[in-house]
Design a protein. Structure first.
Length: 321
């Protein structure tokens, strides 16, 4: 397939370090890939986050006695309760951590710009914890913030959930759990190029096979780690792959950003259409000439800045309005 990529994004793609398979990612051996990523990251400088933001970690007990960490980013000043965004990091549900100090400056800046308490969930990863473990972590984090809102400087009526890429699956599944279990509805659900459906039967999932950012092969490996033998079968609950949900009524206002050259493009558009059909207010944005996570890989590009303004304006309007 010929990819008509935005020139700034194309330059960023060319500059990305590629593995032996010619791609940015290689999930054929997830533990080995994690080790390579950690080794590479160990040599990179870690910038300090904005000093106007206080960072702390909540340790929330699970039923089995283990602890769920939620890293909190509080803008200075405790004169009033702030809205909060419960954030699920990217990483195809197999990579990443809320404790990634390299991501602290981005999170702190976001909390400051939006004047919110940003709460990053250190959800459990696959294959060590198959679905719906990550979503259950999200549900636990949300209900904990509701119950302990006052002591964390949070307005319980203004808590949203957000997920990027792989984080979109547990963010969406946790939102389904919140609805189904009768808890207070979140203010919003924000999804940036989310990973939602394990079936890989859309046109975009068949088209994006050799771009080198996040292609069909990596998506298949990731979903196999998340679901194991359930992959592609009828025995997959929406809490494990939320794109399979057939009842979307009662979901909160939702923001979805998708990219033209993304394996997730069509499942994102389909999910938005089904939300709309269920009566859910949806802001859907499809970015032409963009690939998966373009704002991360080309953050200074005009397309990334346009997206960030649109996304942040949405969050301000819904969390503060």
């Amino acid at each position: 397939m010929n990819y008509d990529i935005d020139p700034e994004l194309a330059a960023a793609l060319d500059a990305m370090p590629k593995g032996p398979n010619g791609a940015l990612l290689d999930f054929s051996d997830i533990p080995a890939f994690r080790s390579r990523m950690e080794a590479a990251g160990a040599h990179l400088p870690v910038p300090d986050p904005d000093p106007r933001v206080r960072i702390e970690t909540l340790n929330i007990p699970r039923d089995d006695g283990t602890l769920l960490d939620v890293v909190m980013f509080h803008p200075s000043g405790t004169d009033r309760a702030r809205p909060s965004l419960l954030y699920f990091h990217a990483g195809a549900q197999v990579l990443g951590s809320a404790h990634d100090r390299g991501a602290y400056p981005y999170a702190a800046t976001m909390a400051l710009r939006l004047d919110i308490v940003l709460a990053v969930v250190d959800y459990r990863l696959a294959p060590e914890t198959p679905a719906p473990g990550a979503a259950e972590d999200g549900y636990l984090a949300y209900t904990h913030l509701l119950k302990h809102a006052a002591e964390n400087g949070i307005d319980p009526d203004r808590i949203g959930l957000a997920g990027a890429s792989g984080g979109g699956a547990p963010a969406t599944a946790a939102t389904l759990m919140i609805r189904d279990r009768g808890d207070r509805r979140p203010r919003l659900l924000s999804l940036n190029y989310p990973m939602l459906d394990d079936r890989n039967n859309t046109r975009s999932s068949r088209e994006i096979v050799d771009l080198g950012v996040y292609d069909r092969r990596e998506n298949e490996y990731a979903w196999e780690a998340v679901l194991g033998d359930r992959l592609g079968t009828q025995d997959v609950h929406p809490y494990c792959a939320p794109g399979r949900a057939t009842d979307l009524a009662g979901m909160p206002d939702t923001f979805i950003a998708a990219a033209q050259y993304d394996v997730f493009r069509d499942e994102n558009i389909d999910f938005a259409q089904r939300l709309i059909a269920a009566g859910v207010p949806v802001d859907l944005h499809l970015y032409a000439h963009a690939y998966h996570a373009w704002d991360v890989f080309a953050p200074e590009s005009a397309l990334a800045k346009t997206f960030e303004k649109t996304w942040h304006d949405y969050l301000r309007r819904h969390l503060h309005g």
